[in-house]
Design a binder for this molecule. Structure first.
Ligand SMILES: Cc1ncc(COP(=O)(O)O)c(C=O)c1O
Length: 382
């Protein structure tokens, strides 16, 4: 199967700004949905799901599966298989841990989703250590180096874009240190970064990179995707208890037969086939640039208003920005007031909930959409 190519005539002409998904139509204008996931799904992608489901071992589904898998390889920047699961990202977080760790795992923790990896390894009775840094900070590669000099691990887990805080970990640097100091597999949660921030799965030597459909890929929730390296695949021989629905080796075997391990959410593949084609027509690097521009605009707006951004300045995610609410307003009140104007954002996560707002500027959001939200916020905060 040929990879999707930009400008595929089947997609039609772009109606939005220069770098954009050509599937976007007037029916989608303007986007007012700025959660840090799930994100806005284009009308044509939603409509694709109306196609009736078929048997998942038949040729119609296998063709869609292959097209989705081929597109995902380009998005993950890998020559290795990208498997798909029906489930949310947490399913593949758990699968990644149980499929790569025989005994001991190191978790890099700087927020709620990084902690989830730790909860998973504990639930499976695995030995684990953590490198913990305060919320709002990224993990310093030197801390990883020190931890790897103290202990031997089967795998290291980390979250690239910590959605709970808006911090982007220095993934390429962390991976380089991991390779210099150890043979531990590198397991990356790229849930809110993939397709929004640069990730080079193969050239950075990442072993399991996982994401979910409902974030920067701008698909409905329900599918999860993982690229699996050759090193990680070889680990199957050393890890006897990988579960069943969580066994990445099983996903790879079935992938090579042209499909999924069990009955998939077939209609979500119709949506994925459509959306990933549009996404690649925009161009993955163009998509990264668009997300960087959205982030910059959000940061400039916050600075002009004198609002603090608690994520450390050198490590901010291009897909989600956490902003401290002005002292006179509670963040949940701002969220509610925005909702009455038709805009959806969320307040912060955990301890940051009462005092911060999270703006998800990912997926199909364009600068013109973001300007609408910022204007509504300006009105509210004046
Ligand atoms: C970084 C990150 N990891 C993991 C998850 C969990 O994803 P899911 O709810 O799809 O299991 C999320 C959800 O927001 C997330 O942002």
């Amino acid at each position: 199967m040929e990879p999707f190519v930009a400008g595929d005539s089947a997609i039609g002409a772009s109606t939005a700004a220069a770098a954009s998904n050509p599937l976007r139509s007037a029916a989608d204008d303007p986007i007012r949905f700025f959660l840090a996931g799930p994100t806005y799904v284009l009308q044509r992608v939603r409509e694709a799901q109306l196609r009736p489901p078929v048997a998942h071992r038949n040729v119609e589904f296998r063709t869609a599966y292959e097209r989705v898998a081929t597109a995902l390889k380009q998005i993950f920047r890998t020559g290795r298989p990208v498997v798909t699961a029906t489930g949310s990202a947490t399913l593949l977080m758990e699968a990644a841990v149980v499929s790569t760790v025989a005994k001991r795992v190191l978790h890099l923790v700087n927020g709620a989703f990084a902690e989830r990896f730790h909860a998973i390894s504990r639930a499976h009775g695995l030995e684990s250590d953590q490198v913990v840094v305060p919320m709002g900070h990224a993990v310093d590669p030197d801390l990883l180096r020190q931890a790897l000099r103290r202990g031997r691990y089967d795998a290291i887990t980390l979250v690239h874009s910590e959605t709970s805080t808006g911090v982007l970990n220095p993934l390429a640097d962390l991976a380089r240190v991991a390779h210099e100091e150890s043979d531990a597999l590198i397991v990356v949660d790229a849930v809110s970064s993939l397709a929004g921030a640069p990730i080079e799965t193969d050239s950075w030597g990442l072993d399991v990179v996982l994401t979910a459909s409902q974030k920067a890929l701008a698909l409905p929730p329900g599918l999860a995707f993982a690229a699996i390296s050759e090193r990680a695949e070889r680990r199957r021989a050393d890890v006897p208890r990988r579960g069943f629905y969580t066994d990445l080796a099983r996903y790879l075997d079935k992938h090579r037969e042209g499909g999924t391990i069990t009955t998939p959410a077939v209609t979500l593949y119709w949506a994925a086939e459509t959306q990933l084609e549009g996404l690649l027509a925009e161009g993955i690097e163009e998509r990264w640039s668009r997300h960087a521009a959205l982030q910059q605009r959000t940061l400039v707006w916050a600075a002009e208003r004198g609002l603090q951004v608690p994520a450390h300045a050198a490590h901010r995610s291009p897909t989600v920005t956490t902003i401290a609410a002005p002292a006179v307003h509670s963040a949940p009140d701002i969220v509610k007031a925005l909702a009455t104007r038709g805009f959806t954002v969320s307040s912060g996560y955990g301890d940051w909930k009462p005092t911060t707002l999270r703006i998800g500027h990912m997926g199909e959001v364009q600068l013109s959409d973001l300007e609408g939200l910022l204007a509504a916020l300006d009105e509210l905060l004046d």
